[in-house]
Ligand binder design. Structure first.
Ligand SMILES: *Cc1c(COP(=O)(O)O)cnc(C)c1O
Length: 362
């Protein structure tokens, strides 16, 4: 079988070294004679692993002690509900920045739980390029309970690199598709959440990193399994956590640390993205219309100028072991998701194929 590079947006590729380790200890973990997924989450050996995973994540992201790290169920969309339930009291409203499909969905869900102020920052320019309102121009409400935004729009391929200054209003970020891809200053955020299946591990696990001051104000109707305070009080084990996903996330954190941490992977991520964007920009056969400064380094959509070749492109790519390149149905075209686990060799193979395909089609 030819080597496969999987460009799926999520669930996404995992590092081969991590998969191999997981495979080797799948039925006998740490000489317990059991698989890690068969053990009680309250066994001392499991709890030690869980604590180590948290410590490694804290290390990787430099998370201060006055932030809790919660290992939750429910995915990114679960947090679309949990965030307003926990942070939006009656009589207050929250600002929702919309720059793509996930931030739009987050705002739509939050409307079910309180008063929402939607701020559209997307600008479609007359030359066909997509741009955004600069972060320091966002019309924020100083009395908002929080500001929610999505720094990397997975479907649209739009990334906001500057962290907005919200003048003391807690900043909430959906980092599902960008967490651990480059260094960030956690202290600028009130809350960060991320579904695991893009840049962390398998689906089923959602990370929440939340400042202590934001705990304890949940709406009365908040389900206990979504209540951050309840989770924090019980070390994310109020109910059975997604134990296997937690374990695998822990392996990914160790892999990342060995590689040199977030700073090291950020450098590789930039090289990968530069390589692909250069290939797109240097041809008029492929296009990407996102303004340079807002281009995502994780999810790169591109379009064939001749859309009738889409099917052929996908079939031939697949034959080369380049899979899951079909763009999201609402934007069409192609999309290459190149998270931390995608090696530069995968992107090199993709651009080699793109150049060959372009030649063949001319
Ligand atoms: C994938 C994704 C989600 C949805 O995650 P689920 O785990 O499927 O609920 C939300 N936000 C962003 C930015 C995503 O990329």
């Amino acid at each position: 079988m030819t080597e496969v590079f999987n460009f799926c947006a999520g669930p996404a590729m995992l590092p081969k070294a991590v998969m191999t380790k997981a495979q080797n200890e799948f039925i006998n973990w740490n000489d317990t004679g059991s698989s890690v997924m068969e053990l009680s989450h309250r066994s001392s050996i499991y709890m030690a692993m869980a604590a180590e995973a948290e410590a490694d994540l804290r290390d990787l992201m430099a998370i201060p002690d006055n932030y809790k790290v919660l290992f939750c169920h429910g995915g990114g969309r679960g947090q679309f509900s949990a965030v307003p339930l926990n942070l939006l009291p009656q009589g207050k409203s929250a600002d929702y920045i919309v720059n793509g499909s996930w931030s739009k969905a987050a705002a739509a869900e939050a409307k079910n739980f309180g008063d929402i102020n939607v701020i559209n920052i997307r600008e479609e320019r007359s030359d066909g390029a997509t741009s955004l309102t600069a972060v320091n121009q966002w019309p924020l409400n100083n009395d908002a309970a929080y500001v929610h935004y999505c720094p990397n729009e997975t479907v649209d391929g739009i990334e906001i690199n500057d962290i907005p200054d919200t003048h003391g209003v807690p900043l909430v970020a959906d980092m599902s598709s960008t967490i651990l891809s480059h260094e960030i200053d956690v202290t600028k955020f009130g809350l960060i959440y991320a579904g695991a299946q893009k840049n962390i591990g398998p689906s089923g696990l959602t990370l929440v990193i939340v400042h202590e001051d934001l705990l304890g104000h949940a709406q009365l109707a908040t389900p206990c399994i979504m209540n951050y305070q309840t989770s924090a009080n019980n070390d994310s084990m109020y109910n059975t956590p997604p134990t296997y996903s937690w374990y695998l996330a822990g392996l990914v954190f160790k892999w990342l640390k060995e590689l040199g941490g977030v700073k090291a992977i950020a450098k590789i991520n930039k090289e990968k993205a530069d390589l692909l964007y250069q290939t797109i920009d240097s041809s008029n056969f492929y296009t990407n219309n996102i303004e340079q400064q807002y281009r995502s380094k994780m999810n790169i959509p591109f379009w064939l100028t001749d859309e009738s070749l889409n099917e052929k492109f996908l079939i031939q790519a697949e034959q080369q072991g380049l899979t899951a390149l079909k763009g999201h149905r609402i934007v069409g075209g192609m999309r290459a998701s190149i998270y931390n686990a995608m090696p530069i060799e995968g992107v090199q193979a993709l651009v080699d194929f793109m150049k060959k395909f372009e030649k063949g089609a001319r």
